[in-house]
Design a protein around this ligand. Structure first.
Ligand code: PMV
Length: 348
């Protein structure tokens, strides 16, 4: 069945890795498995309008806008994405696409929009695929959306569902796959439900080194092998932590993962540093507050200077006060975003 034109909108969240993906093989296959909390407030909304062409185009025909303004800068990344997914979505050259996108977080805030953006676009494309193939199951739909999102940006594979998503094969964890993200299949203690994440916007500048380049630098990295093994071990440890609710052990793994990610950057050739002085100020404040307050606040980092402050829901009042009083001063224009674990993408 051929559809001549239509429009579809998805809202897809960002996610924050607890065990980090850093390093990849060919075709966006991760060098190690990772796991993340799906976020809720930090999201991209994408509307995809499609019009059937009279004759299939030799090239991909599309326009992109961000917040209502044409955004030529996004085109190369989307073109690459289309090239990668074309073999799985052969209708791509039959249509002209208008991609309208907007983010819930401030533009160029240093929050990675690739996970939310690529997953939203993948879901919109799957909606067209479902028109052509109405019998597909919801499970297949989500799996293929994650598979396609992965080809846009690895971490995007973890943004389709919530609240805890694993991506990358692990011998001891059921149903894990290198090809798409799966909802974490084991027991999760209530203390980890509705977990909070306040994102501190430390530096809004363009990153000096892209994550594509960073992943590549894990090839021939002197510590690569140990790091990939460690990620497997940390995932396994998290499995029992999630079951028992041992939050102190959780903190140990999550903070170590964040610092290890940045240690990999600092020990590659060429080496680089994405943390800023205020990143370290914040980390020290968090450690001091954890000592004195009896809360279980901890931090994690993405490939950038911003800090994700993680804490259980029942400590929200105390930790949010601490963030306002002591951490906001280290953020650009005092900006931060209070977020929490979410349930994944939704059709709008
Ligand atoms: O999805 P990419 O290629 O932008 O890589 C992101 C990697 C980290 O955010 C640093 C870690 C992760 O697992 O999300």
């Amino acid at each position: 069945k051929s559809v001549s034109s239509g429009k579809t909108t998805y809202k897809s969240p960002s996610n924050i890795a607890l065990v980090k993906y850093w390093g990849k093989k060919k075709n966006q296959i991760p060098a190690n498995p990772s796991i993340s909390f799906t976020l809720s407030e930090c999201a991209t909304v994408t509307t995809l309008s499609y019009t059937k062409l009279d004759t299939p185009s030799a090239i991909f025909s599309f326009d992109v806008s961000l917040d209502g303004k044409k955004e030529e800068g996004f085109k190369p990344k989307i073109k690459t994405f289309f090239e990668r997914v074309y073999q799985y979505l052969p209708f791509l050259k039959d249509y002209h696409f208008e991609i309208e996108t907007s983010n819930s977080f401030p533009h160029s805030s240093g929050i990675a929009s690739s996970a939310s953006g690529m997953s939203a676009l993948a879901l919109c494309l799957m909606e067209i695929e479902r028109n052509l193939n109405p019998m597909m199951t919801a499970e297949f739909f989500n799996q293929k959306a994650s598979f396609l999102a992965r080809l846009g940006s690895g971490s995007a594979a973890r943004s389709i569902k919530g609240s805890l998503v694993q991506w990358g094969e692990h011998e001891d964890i059921d149903a894990s796959s290198d090809l798409y993200g799966v909802e974490y299949p084991h027991k999760v203690h209530p203390v980890f439900q509705n977990y909070c994440d306040t994102i501190l916007l430390v530096d809004k500048g363009q990153k000096q080194v892209s994550s594509t380049v960073g992943h590549d630098l894990m090839h021939g990295h002197p510590f690569a092998e140990q790091r990939f093994n460690q990620a497997h071990e940390n995932l396994l440890k998290l499995q029992s932590i999630f079951e028992t609710g041992d939050i102190d052990e959780f903190i140990g793994i999550v903070e170590s993962e964040a610092l290890t990610l940045h240690a990999m950057m600092m020990t590659s050739r060429p080496y680089f540093i994405l943390m800023k002085p205020n990143t370290l100020e914040i980390i020290n404040k968090i450690w001091a507050f954890r000592e004195t307050s009896k809360t279980h606040v901890c931090f994690t980092l993405d490939a950038g200077a911003n800090v994700h402050v993680l804490y259980p829901e029942n400590e929200k009042v105390e930790v949010e006060q601490f963030i306002k009083d002591e951490l906001a001063q280290f953020c650009q224009n005092g900006q931060f975003i209070n977020d929490h674990v979410g349930k994944g993408a939704q059709k709008i």
